[in-house]
Design a protein around this ligand. Structure first.
Ligand code: C2O
Ligand code: CU
Length: 487
């Protein structure tokens, strides 16, 4: 059974340093030149007019308010200890929403209101966070910020009307390094009011588990190794809670495939080149034009939606979907084509968002909030991960003005990966290391590579104190969290 396990990743470029002393020396380097850089920009531009132009480019990108149609969709489940078959005929003990991994897929239509009566039947407090969904502040699931943790035996009702259609997911925001790893995650799909007529709409939640020989979860969480490296990388990847599943489709089908990375730390880079796959949405939001998904990273938290047409007269009947993030590629899943007559799906154009600003001129306005990512010795785990020199317990909130144009900058001074996620808003990547990148889509999570600087543009439309953090659960646990206050 265990021969389907994949070895630990070699972590090629991530192995640059083994010793934390080097991390410290490099992480604590100074940022003076970055400050000079933003001052220069300030002098050369006329920020006011540029800002106004950027805002008008943004206008109409996504709605400020929800438009509830009066329909309520009720769900009810508990988070409970359970046992599931990641491998056929082998039980792995997990914690799971409704006893299943992944938890139930919640599907609603844009305009409908979701109401979930949630019960915590775990031995620990928990909450549910709706990753990527612009929810009212009180529904965001952040303990100590938007709600109190839900104690064992207690219930909580989450209720909100999503503002944006797309692929979202939910997970706990208490002891994430343990609770996500034990299997607590599920998909929330917000369909357009009139969904495109795909012959099939599939969700694949990608995860990886660190299992022992007996197929049970290795239960030391947030280890020194996890923290000083890129978090907990597992040895068993799963798709929808199964190791290397086979998915049967019919010739000629047109499929919408929604990929979600729910792993604690692993980055996936799934290779769909065996099939005709086009990127149509990222982090929930439809792109302004179709894009080539080749080489696209799917960091923890990220989603990628693909439009796939299965050949109607296939030469082969099996296609392997392979992960290529590390040097050691491995199969995620297999798609087989049934030996039946091709089906002829309705023809329709690839979905495209009416408006996603290019915003190249964001670089002409000054940086108004910088998030410097690095580490220091100390804290409960021996190493603390920091944003702007401070861990979560000492953090200073960043402030953004509601409905204003902002340029944020992530500066990774460390040699580790940091998929940075901001709650409550979508942002657009403008440059990587000063080079313009033209992503045709929004994001709520961006992977910041070692020593990389990323500039993003954002116009926050939702007021509140929003958590921002590294989505590598162990880095967040070791302090890499702060708040963005939108007022
Ligand atoms: Cu998936 Cu705080 O996020
Ligand atoms: Cu990180």
């Amino acid at each position: 059974m265990m021969n389907t396990m994949i070895p630990e990743p070699t972590r090629n470029y991530l192995c640059l340093l083994a010793c934390s002393a080097t991390i410290m020396a490099l992480a604590l380097g100074c940022s003076a030149n970055l400050d000079e850089y933003s001052e220069e920009v300030e002098e050369s531009g006329t920020p006011d007019t540029v800002e106004r132009r950027l805002l008008s480019e943004f206008e109409g990108s996504f709605p400020e308010k929800a438009s509830p149609n009066g329909e309520m969709v009720d769900f009810e489940f508990a988070a409970i200890p359970a046992a599931v078959e990641l491998f056929p005929e082998t039980k792995t003990k997990v914690w799971a929403y409704d006893g299943r991994v992944p938890g139930p897929t919640l599907r609603i239509h844009l305009g409908q209101t979701l109401r979930l009566k949630f019960t915590n039947s775990l031995p620990q407090p928990t909450t549910i966070h709706w990753h990527g969904v612009r929810v009212p502040h009180a529904m965001d699931g952040v303990p100590g910020v938007t709600q109190s943790p839900i104690e064992p035996g207690d219930s909580f009702v989450y209720e909100f009307t999503p503002k944006d259609p797309g692929t979202y997911w939910f997970h706990p925001h208490v002891r994430g390094a343990e609770q996500l790893e034990r299997g607590l995650y599920g998909a929330l799909i917000v369909e357009d009011a009139k969904p495109d007529p795909y012959s099939r709409d599939l969700v694949w939640i990608l995860d990886d588990w660190r299992l022992m020989e007996d197929a049970q979860i290795y239960d030391k969480f947030v280890t020194g190794g996890d923290i000083s490296h890129d978090g907990r990388w597992g040895n068993v990847p799963t798709v929808n809670g199964r190791v290397q599943p086979t998915i049967a489709v019919k010739p000629g089908e047109r499929i919408r495939l929604r990929l979600i990375n729910s792993a604690n730390a692993r980055i996936f880079r799934p290779d769909f080149s065996a099939l005709k796959a086009t990127g149509i949405a990222y982090d929930g939001m439809t792109a302004s034009r179709p894009f080539d998904p080749t080489g696209y990273d799917l960091a923890p938290g990220n989603r990628l939606d693909l439009d796939i047409t299965i050949p109607d007269a296939p030469q082969e009947d099996t296609f392997q979907i392979v992960d290529r993030f590390t040097r050691q590629s491995f199969m995620l899943a297999e798609i087989t084509i049934e030996d039946t007559d091709p089906i002829l799906p309705e023809r329709f154009d690839i979905p495209a968002a009416a408006r996603v600003p290019v915003w190249a001129k964001v670089m002409d306005i000054p940086v108004d909030s910088k998030m410097v990512l690095n580490a220091r010795r100390g804290g409960q785990y021996g190493i603390e991960w920091l944003i702007n020199g401070l861990p979560w317990t000492e953090h200073e909130s960043l402030r953004l003005k509601h409905r204003s144009m902002h340029r944020l900058q992530f500066v990774n001074q460390s040699y580790r990966l940091h998929p940075m996620h901001i709650h409550g808003m979508f942002f657009k990547v403008i440059t990587r290391n000063g080079t313009l990148v033209d992503e045709p889509h929004w994001r709520d999570t961006v992977l910041v590579y070692p020593q990389e600087t990323i500039d993003v543009g954002v116009v926050p439309l939702d007021k509140g104190k929003w958590l921002t953090h590294c989505h590598i659960q162990e880095h967040a646990e070791a302090g890499m969290k702060t708040l963005v206050e939108v007022e």
